[in-house]
Design a protein around this ligand. Structure first.
Ligand SMILES: *Cc1c(COP(=O)(O)O)cnc(C)c1O
Length: 379
């Protein structure tokens, strides 16, 4: 029954859909011996095997390359892996990586386990006090930036850090997941590499895990490509389709959640139980000027620091939510809250360690419903 195996291809000519086709495939076929045997020598952009890219995954790569103002983009199965692949791509034993104290916490675990095993040193720095002393006595290969930092929302001076790193011959990588390329382009501010958790605002519907790495030049593209290829990193074309569809509405979603979040931040800052609102677009935020000079807007994620209170009281607060959901991620259409108490996630600046923090990701529900709902938490 060869007929059950063989499928006659239907020509797509004339079906000019506005949607991106989802191309699946591990094996791809070659017309002759020569093209098959020489497939390894062809440029990075050609097709050789499903793991190395399909027209769907390449469409997403090209779209992100354009949005970031980059030379090329690589995709990873998660935002976390985008960070770890960048580090593995550029460091060798004996090198040192500078990580911001407010880095996405799982990166700390990667540093303490995988990087430690490889003999790669890690130093944590205060993102608000970066100076040349950070480089003293260390072969710093990479300075990592997160803008703004996880949960505590500090805005680093990307231009300043990038300038100091370049003077020392170190690379600069930036996690831009909060802003996405819609609201910030770190490569234009001097970063060499930008990483997105595509999982968050770019995909935007809490149904995809995906990361991206965009680089400034061809030398870095080759380094990241070598890492991706040797580690066997590949992504599903179905996930890329969802990300491509999500990105089409990213700017309008960000505009809406940005407005909702800023309104909530202003109103909730008036509550007696809120000691501090961590949102860089608030005019009285200590990070406001740096945010304004580097970002084109604010997304929907910010945090509240509660006035000192008992642990039991904090736990009680989240009992009667009907619009917000409790959850660890952010960037989707549904509003999500995360109660956070930082401890081992900060080793340099412990200003917020031990404080009861509520991280808020505004979604697309109506502002009035969200305000009513979160007022039950802060009553
Ligand atoms: C969520 C997140 C990541 C990781 O993204 P995943 O796709 O969930 O692995 C990386 N950086 C930041 C700042 C994040 O918030």
């Amino acid at each position: 029954m060869t007929e059950v195996v063989r499928t006659v291809a239907q020509a797509a000519k004339g079906f000019d859909s506005l949607s991106v086709p989802t191309y699946r495939g591990s094996t791809i076929t070659f017309p002759d011996y020569k093209s098959f045997s020489e497939r390894g020598q062809r440029p990075r952009s050609s097709y050789s095997y499903g793991l190395a890219g399909t027209p769907t995954t390449r469409t997403l790569q090209n779209k992100l390359t354009e949005l970031e103002g980059a030379e090329d983009t690589f995709l990873t199965p998660s935002g976390l892996m985008a960070v770890t692949v960048v580090i593995l791509a550029v460091v060798k034993t004996g090198d040192v990586v500078l990580l911001p104290d407010n880095v996405y916490p799982p990166v700390r675990r990667f540093a303490a386990t995988t990087l430690a095993k490889l003999g790669v040193g890690v130093r944590y720095y205060d993102p608000l006090a970066f100076d040349d002393a950070q480089f003293d006595g260390a072969a710093v290969r990479l300075v990592w930036i997160e803008a703004p930092g996880s949960t505590t929302m500090e805005i680093p001076d990307i231009r300043n850090i990038a300038g100091r790193a370049a003077a020392r011959g170190a690379l600069v990588g930036c996690d831009n997941s909060w802003a996405s390329p819609v609201l910030c382009r770190p490569l234009a501010l001097g970063a060499d590499i930008v990483v997105e958790a595509v999982t968050k605002y770019l995909s935007g519907h809490s149904d995809v895990l995906l990361g991206s790495i965009s680089v400034r030049n061809e030398a870095l593209a080759r380094a990241v490509h070598d890492a991706v290829k040797s580690l066997g990193v590949g992504v599903s074309p179905d996930d890329c389709f969802l990300a491509l569809r999500g990105i089409e509405t990213a700017a309008v979603r960000l505009e809406r959640v940005g407005r909702t979040a800023l309104e909530l931040a202003k109103r909730l800052g008036e509550k007696s139980c809120v000691a501090e609102v961590l949102h860089p677009a608030l005019p009285d935020s200590p990070h406001h000027a740096l945010w304004q000079s580097q970002f084109q807007g604010a997304s929907g994620l910010f945090s509240l620091v509660l006035a000192d209170e008992e642990k039991a009281r904090f736990a009680e607060r989240f009992k009667s939510l009907t619009v917000f959901h409790l959850g660890a991620s952010w960037g989707g259409t549904h509003s999500v809250l995360a109660p956070v108490v930082l401890d081992s996630e900060r080793s340099v600046n412990r200003t917020y360690a031990g404080r009861k923090i509520i991280r808020i990701s505004a979604g697309l529900e109506s502002y009035e419903d969200l305000l009513c709902d979160i007022e039950t938490v802060l009553a």
